[in-house]
Design a protein. Structure first.
Lengths: 168, 400
């Protein structure tokens, strides 16, 4: 066992301070309250053109998805309680901020993090528009995006397991 | 050693080599003589007669989205050889130079810190045996398309010795501020895979691991650094770890909302269902294998629980009507795979065998029907139903 003193001494030798600037350069997290969103703006009108150029190849013309698991991004609203639930950005994702966060960090698949903030807002807008969640000319920016109410906002409940009596 | 002495040793060594080579290689005559030239390799390989491999699948045309499964039915003991550890990637396997890699801890902390690999390895470390299981393991069983062998039914489970620094030490150095309740862990893979983890788990038994089965992590397991959350769904143990963001709230990212949530028939889905519940599978005799004929056999398999130690494993020889206790190989460790064994005599009649795990919390591994009753057929993840195998009259074993 290491004494607390020894451990403190070891820790003092390792772990360098990181500046706020360095953190800004790598921080991609966006929270549901909008914290972490960069300044910028976009609408579905601009997003439709960008989507066609950068996303349609894999996710199809209007987010229908393609065979071989290129996920569907549009539709399925109202299907979750049926025998054949369709989980998409529109039907399942509880927060609009997640759409921005995920596209910014991970898409387009071959060139992630190549889109500007305005481009990500625009493409987020077109996906929400095709899902009937916002209007074609509604502007998304760091203030309006967290206020978008997703259809499945109240759809998640805490872990209810174990589904049987245990000693814990 | 002088140059002359060195030459003498080299000459001697060469004469040994010549005499060894003068025998016919590749035959089995004489026990003491080398049978092949495959000796003294700087990095060893298995016998050319051994062919066991993972069942690897790309799920899209875009390379890097897919999984490979551990061939549990072809392995012994409890340790998964690193080369056979299951994989699930969402954007391929990055090639990372460890000298250029670091871990940043920031957010709701008094001091944001960056740790290099060298700095981390200098801190007190621990080695522990733990399983990692993808919460999609058994998803096919739930959906009603039972896996034909133990790889296809349960192969998103592997068990390794992991070496690393307790995350608690690093977090205490950074000093979480009042209100800090979550930690967003992010990997350096192309999609920057991220998960929100309750800080209570991070401060409990989480490891920042750099070692796997005695050597560095395999690239597919997160080289050079991964998070390890013992007993929790594998997706949360972020690979290629480079950033820990301490926060008051979860990020509600794609991987914890769109995926890895369990949809119930009500249309509501359980979120943050981290613990992998008690589970087990018979690996021998199991699907794709064949018994040579009636007689005595050992039933063996693996059992595990994300809530602690395996307390008991029971085996059924009548499809789940009656159960008998199996013996457990020592050591039985918390949140680690445990091997069970049970001797039985096969009469030659069709027989349905099954196993169930009971963990130290008293939880009993349920039947598929119980899981469907509790959360419906579309819950996709965290399936741990009892797996049955049918031994047919000709000795061949199939899924039921």
């Amino acid at each position: 066992m290491f004494s607390t003193l020894m451990l403190a001494a070891m820790l003092a030798q390792s772990g360098k301070p990181v500046s706020a600037e360095e953190i800004r350069a790598i921080d991609l997290t966006v929270f549901p309250n909008g914290s972490g969103l960069p300044r910028g703006k976009g609408t579905a009108v601009r997003g439709a053109a960008l989507y066609k150029e950068k996303c349609a190849e894999c996710h199809n013309e209007k987010g229908e998805g393609r065979e071989q698991q290129y996920p569907r991004l549009v539709g399925g609203i109202g299907s979750l309680a049926t025998a054949e639930p369709v989980k998409t950005v529109g039907s399942y994702w509880p927060h609009a901020t997640t759409v921005f966060d995920y596209i910014r960090r991970a898409m387009p698949y071959e060139t992630p993090r190549s889109l500007s903030a305005d481009e990500v807002y625009s493409i987020t807008a077109v996906l929400l528009y095709w899902n009937g969640i916002i209007g074609e000319n509604d502007e998304l920016n760091e203030k309006t995006l967290p206020r978008v109410k997703m259809p499945n906002r109240e759809g998640f409940v805490p872990d209810s397991r174990p589904h049987q009596k245990t000693k814990r | 050693m002088s140059i002359r002495e060195r030459r003498r040793w080299l000459a001697l060594a060469a004469s040994f080599a010549v005499s060894a080579c003068s025998r016919k290689p590749g035959t089995n005559e004489g026990a003491a003589k080398p049978a092949s030239t495959l000796t003294m390799r700087p990095y060893g390989e298995r016998s050319p007669y051994e062919k066991v491999q993972r069942d690897a699948r790309e799920s899209t045309k875009s390379v890097g989205v897919g999984s490979s499964r551990t061939p549990l039915h072809e392995l012994e003991g409890t340790i998964t050889p690193s080369a056979l550890h299951f994989e699930r990637h969402h954007a391929g396997v990055p090639v990372i130079d460890p000298a250029a890699h670091s871990l940043v801890i920031h957010g709701l902390v008094r001091k944001a810190l960056r740790f290099s690999l060298a700095e981390l390895k200098r801190l007190p470390s621990v080695s522990r045996l733990h399983f990692i299981e993808c919460s999609g393991n058994g998803g096919g069983e739930l959906a009603g398309s039972a896996g034909a062998d133990a790889s296809r039914s349960h192969g998103l489970l592997s068990n390794s010795e992991w070496t690393g620094v307790r995350l608690k030490i690093l977090l205490e150095a950074a000093g979480p501020e009042a209100g800090a309740k979550w930690m967003i862990a992010e990997g350096a893979d192309a999609c920057r895979m991220a998960r929100s983890i309750p800080l209570t788990k991070a401060l409990d038994d989480a490891l920042i691991a750099y070692g796997q089965n005695g050597e560095a992590l395999r690239p597919e397991q997160g080289y050079p650094l991964r998070l390890l959350l013992p007993g929790w769904e594998g997706n949360a143990s972020i690979k290629w770890l480079h950033r820990l963001h301490i926060a008051a709230e979860p990020a509600m990212g794609n991987q914890e909302t769109a995926h890895y949530t369990d949809l119930h028939p009500t249309g509501k889905a359980s979120i943050f269902t981290f613990e992998m519940e008690a589970n087990s599978v018979i690996t021998r005799p199991s699907g794709s294998q064949k018994l040579a004929g009636p007689g005595a056999y050992e039933i063996t398999g693996l059992a595990w629980s994300g809530r602690g130690k395996v307390a008991r494993v029971e085996v059924s020889l009548d499809g789940g009507e009656s159960w008998q206790a199996a013996s457990l190989d020592e050591p039985v460790l918390a949140k680690a795979a445990t091997r069970f064994r049970y001797a039985f005599k096969w009469s030659g009649a069709p027989t349905v065998i099954a196993s169930r795990c009971i963990d130290e919390t008293g939880y009993v591994q349920p039947a598929r029907e119980e899981i469907i009753a509790a959360r419906g057929p579309n819950s996709t993840y965290h399936y741990n139903g009892i797996k049955r195998w049918m031994i047919k009259q000709d000795g061949s074993v199939t899924h039921v």
